[in-house]
Write a protein that binds this ligand. Sequence first.
Ligand SMILES: Nc1ncnc2c1ncn2[C@@H]1O[C@H](COP(=O)(O)OP(=O)(O)OP(=O)(O)O)[C@@H](O)[C@H]1O
Ligand SMILES: [Mg+2]
Length: 274
Amino acid sequence: MEGGVESASKDVDQPLLSLRGISKNFGAVEALREVDLDVSAGEVTAIIGDNGAGKSTLIKTVSGILTPSEGQIFWCGERVALKTPREADELGISTVYQDLALCDNLDIVANMFLGHESLRYRLLDENAMEAAAKVTLNSLAVTTVRSVRSLVVSLSGGQRQSVAVARAVMRDAKLVILDEPTAALGVTQTAQVLSLIRRLADRGIAVLVISHNLNDVFTVADRLAVMHLGRMVHVGPISEFTPQTAVEIITTGTFVGAKANSTRSQPSNAGDRQ
Ligand SMILES: Nc1ncnc2c1ncn2[C@@H]1O[C@H](COP(=O)(O)OP(=O)(O)OP(=O)(O)O)[C@@H](O)[C@H]1O
Ligand SMILES: [Mg+2]
């Protein structure tokens, strides 16, 4: 683990991931300003906010694509520096992007093992790979693909999302990050992907999902994290919000009844709200 120079005291309930005071500047643009966020295992945390609020920039700092200008990232209470996507991947942070980075000309099995074949699998133990792919897809109740030998090019958008998520699960991801997973999907496919997200959380995986679709958010999220102009303006359980108050805070950056975003704590005693 890189940069494990500081440790917060261990706490059974401590968040899997904690961000403290994360800022990111692109020249004069302050894309993120002192963002705090806790993400816990077994929960779906949805990041919402208007275009340009900083959502994608924030998850890129967690997936090792961008290095914060300031701030600290804690993983299981231990400070980490996520300097590359590989470092994030080694911790168990897996990001599913919109374009998914699947290979159209390969089948589902090959895509699920691509770049992460174990030595055993390098011996082209196709049967073992196929069996492992089937077990993972079945365990996630992904039942709409006819065959794991289907080429990815022949899959629907929802099925592709499912394969990308299953790949993350097979690699033992502890945190799965999804940026707008349903943006290009129809109604049925959206429902399939949302229930897949729910199943990830139910099996103890932490899920961080960016979405513009409040229907999706209210269907699947346990907690909402609302960003406005680079700031995290409110984080709380979904029960604190209605679609109306969510729209209000997205557009104005203020939320009546929201607690002040004034105290910054270490992960071990961080509360739910910033
Ligand atoms: N590589 C970059 N160089 C310069 N500015 C950037 C860069 N990436 C993002 N920004 C700026 O940072 C701010 C936040 O962008 P970001 O992409 O994180 O927003 P977002 O919340 O994901 O928006 P959207 O909902 O449109 O995807 C924006 O003002 C954007 O222009
Ligand atoms: Mg974005």
